[in-house]
Design a protein around this ligand. Structure first.
Ligand code: SAM
Length: 260
């Protein structure tokens, strides 16, 4: 019941955000996509699954190298944007499916590479999603997650998660890197590569992209202002030359190999 309710929140959020998300230069950035593809190091013959694909940028980046790519997402609007952008009208070596990724609609060992970007922090059951990603990956295949990570200090982690959730209620919880690594081990993945980075967010653009209602936006602004003065989360907010508040969402790419 709780999951169904959360899934409705996700669908609502990503239907509302679909157009702005698909046009967001942080999400379309080719260098960032190349970094993820490079970390996975795919081969031409590989079958790839992109979990919570949204408007399909990661799926498209893998398709430039790999034979078959499938994208799965629970929200119809971003999938429709992708199909239009890529002119997919019938069967193709890039396919999309509408599904909840906490139960992936695939048999075990079906993919060589299973990847997910910036989505695990929207999941009610992130451990179950990682388990599903590992299940559909073949032995010695690769599971890779890129996501927002928060501080290893729980008070600082909670502070960031608070303002993230005010901005977008579909945000459940971004995790510290150590939790993500533990989950990888727990579901039978050997971590082979970790790349730390960040997304530099302009606070007002970040709020506008999520269509955050005014009352919640002003609470989020107040928390980020406090963070700028008191160093409360590790996102290091600062005012740029135009007096606009900027902050850093730290990210990690974690690449694991499925143990046989
Ligand atoms: C921030 S977007 C990331 C999209 C894409 N991976 C990217 O990097 O551009 C998060 C996506 O996760 C999807 N999502 C969240 N929970 C999901 C679930 N349980 N099953 C499938 N998709 C889900 C949302 O619909 C949304 O498209």
């Amino acid at each position: 019941m709780k999951i169904q309710k959360h899934n409705d929140t996700v669908r609502h959020a990503f239907t509302l955000q679909a157009d702005r998300y698909a046009a967001n230069p942080l999400m379309t950035n080719a260098e960032r996509l190349d970094r993820l593809v490079g970390a996975v190091n795919p081969a031409k013959e590989h079958r790839v699954l992109d979990v919570a694909t949204g408007p399909g940028f990661v799926a498209e980046a893998f398709l430039s190298i790999c034979r078959i790519v499938v994208g799965v997402d629970i929200t119809r609007a971003p999938l429709e944007i992708t199909k239009k952008r890529l002119s997919i009208h019938g069967p193709s070596n890039l396919n999309f499916q509408l599904s909840d990724v906490s139960r992936l609609p695939f048999a075990g060992d079906e993919f060589d590479i299973v990847v997910s970007r910036l989505a695990i922090h929207h999941m009610e059951l992130p451990g179950q999603v990682l388990e599903e990603m590992a299940r559909v990956c073949r032995a010695n295949g690769i599971v890779a997650v890129e996501d927002i990570i928060v501080s290893e200090h729980s008070r600082r982690a909670n502070f960031q998660n608070r303002f993230e959730k005010l901005r977008d209620p579909s945000h459940t919880k971004a995790q510290p890197l150590s939790h993500l690594l533990r989950t990888f081990a727990h579901v039978g993945l050997e971590v082979e590569n970790v790349i730390i980075g960040f997304l530099l967010q302009d606070m007002e653009t970040w709020l506008a992209n999520a269509h955050t209602p005014a009352a919640r936006a002003s609470k989020a602004r107040a928390l980020i202002e406090r963070d700028a003065n008191e160093d409360l989360s590790g996102t290091q907010p600062f005012r740029d030359g135009n007096n606009r508040l900027q902050f850093r969402q730290r990210t990690a790419i974690v690449v694991g190999r499925k143990l046989g």
